[in-house]
Design a protein around this ligand. Structure first.
Ligand code: ADP
Ligand code: MG
Length: 405
């Protein structure tokens, strides 16, 4: 059996018109002789009637804090609706299909509600459906615990459902259909002349995803990478070439992409910078207490700079107040500054190449953008900038590294 997994994001299943296009893509794969597993997200985005946020609002409007189990239960409904609707659409169009909850598809997770991790996949029932010649339409973003409680996999979790099923079924390819034609050199919403990449390595896209490029979820890339399943990101609406994610690096790359230090620009918006000061030296144990306080409050920190008298780091803006409170009991002075964004230049080609940081600083300085903090790895350089400078900063880096059309 030649298996293809096709995942369709929220905008790709939002209306009857676009669902017709989805049916077309699935039919094309069937014609090519594939057994097709389809993974769907909830319909539409914030504000749409069956979008995940709308469903959460339904419970929150009743009052009190919603327990994580019930929150996951309602959050899983959007994908169930999509799966049922698409299955019916396929059947009506003469393509025999059957819908699966995450649980029935065999997605078994831990009980970390809200961002559960897949422990294993038992896809027996999916295989049986495929053997009967049916299209298996699986509700993305969800699974079940050992105890049969419904869990969700966190934002972007349908991507993870798709690659996890792809790995478990030894699929030939996983296709992620979305509203852009592949992985681009930057978010096209911020950079109008961003360009779609033909080929990218797992490593590079993983780095971009971790640094905020939300076109694919990092966990999904990790799973595909560990099982060596090729992934293609494509547009549901345009007939473009899309981006192939695989191990192949330079030989297959377009000439213009090879040997370039920076492949793309990614960002995380909505972060707060926290500055912690002391008269004594942080090296005498107080530094440890600062990070322990964050860990105890379950707040993840990033972009950490430590000097003897000043520690600065960033947290999600939504957790800024909680972070400030968690530090109150320590003998330190705390400053919480919301309204920042982290912007990163990413590229495996920058390893060992001198002058990349200088170029980043040059680009941002020329655009008159204040850099609040920086950090770097072998394959990325990140800067903290004000939220209102984000679009200009992204454009400045994008053109400094020659990534445009
Ligand atoms: P879906 O609902 O299909 O999963 P997402 O909204 O999760 O779609 O991801 C697609 C969006 O990701 C695009 O509309 C685009 O704005 C954004 N995006 C951010 N960075 C990139 C990038 N480097 N390449 C392509 N898209 C990106
Ligand atoms: Mg997504």
């Amino acid at each position: 059996m030649k298996i293809l997994v096709q995942k369709f994001g929220g905008t790709s299943v939002a209306t009857p018109e676009v669902r017709e296009q989805v049916v077309g893509q699935i039919a094309k794969a069937k014609e090519q002789g594939y057994s097709v597993v389809v993974v769907v997200s909830a319909m539409g985005r914030t504000g749409d009637p069956y979008a995940t946020d709308t469903l959460i609002g339904l419970l929150r409007s009743i009052g009190r804090e919603v327990p994580p189990q019930e929150l996951d239960l309602i959050m899983s409904c959007g994908e169930l609706i999509s799966a049922a609707v698409l299955t019916q659409t396929l059947n009506v169009n003469g393509h025999e299909a059957t819908a699966f909850t995450g649980a029935r598809a065999g997605i078994i997770t831990d009980d970390n509600f809200g961002s559960a991790r897949i422990l294993r996949v038992e896809p027996q029932k999916v295989i049986e459906a495929l053997q009967k010649g049916k299209i298996a339409v699986v509700a993305g973003f969800q699974g079940r615990t050992e105890d049969w409680e419904v869990t969700t996999l966190g934002r972007g979790g349908s991507d993870t459902t798709a690659t996890a099923l792809g790995a478990a079924l030894k699929a030939e390819l996983v296709e992620i259909y979305t509203d852009v034609d592949g992985i681009m050199t930057a978010d096209p919403r911020l950079v109008p002349d961003a360009k779609s990449l033909r080929v990218i390595t797992y490593q590079e896209v993983l780095e971009m995803a971790h640094l905020g490029a939300k076109v694919i979820h990092p966990r999904a890339v990790e799973i595909a990478m560990s099982e060596r399943i090729p992934v293609k990101i494509k547009s549901t609406f345009l007939d473009g070439p899309g981006t192939l994610i695989s191990d192949e690096s330079t030989p297959q790359r377009g000439l213009e992409e090879a040997g370039r230090p920076v492949t793309g620009i990614a960002y995380v918006d909505g972060v707060a910078q926290i500055k912690v000061r002391t008269q004594e030296d942080f090296n005498h144990g107080l530094g440890l207490e600062v990070f322990q306080a964050m860990a105890d409050a379950n707040i993840s920190v990033d972009l950490i700079n430590v000097s003897p008298e000043l520690i600065s780091f960033i947290v999600a803006e939504s957790l800024a107040e909680k972070a400030g409170m968690a530090l109150e009991k320590l003998p330190v002075e705390v400053e919480v500054n919301p309204g920042f964004a982290k912007i990163s230049a990413v590229g495996v080609g920058m390893r060992g190449v001198p002058g990349v940081m200088a170029k980043v600083v040059e680009a941002l300085t020329e655009a008159d953008i204040h850099i609040a903090q920086t950090t770097d790895s072998h394959t990325s350089i990140s800067c903290l900038v004000r939220h209102e400078d984000l679009a200009r900063a992204t454009q400045a880096l994008h053109s400094k590294f020659g990534l445009g059309q």
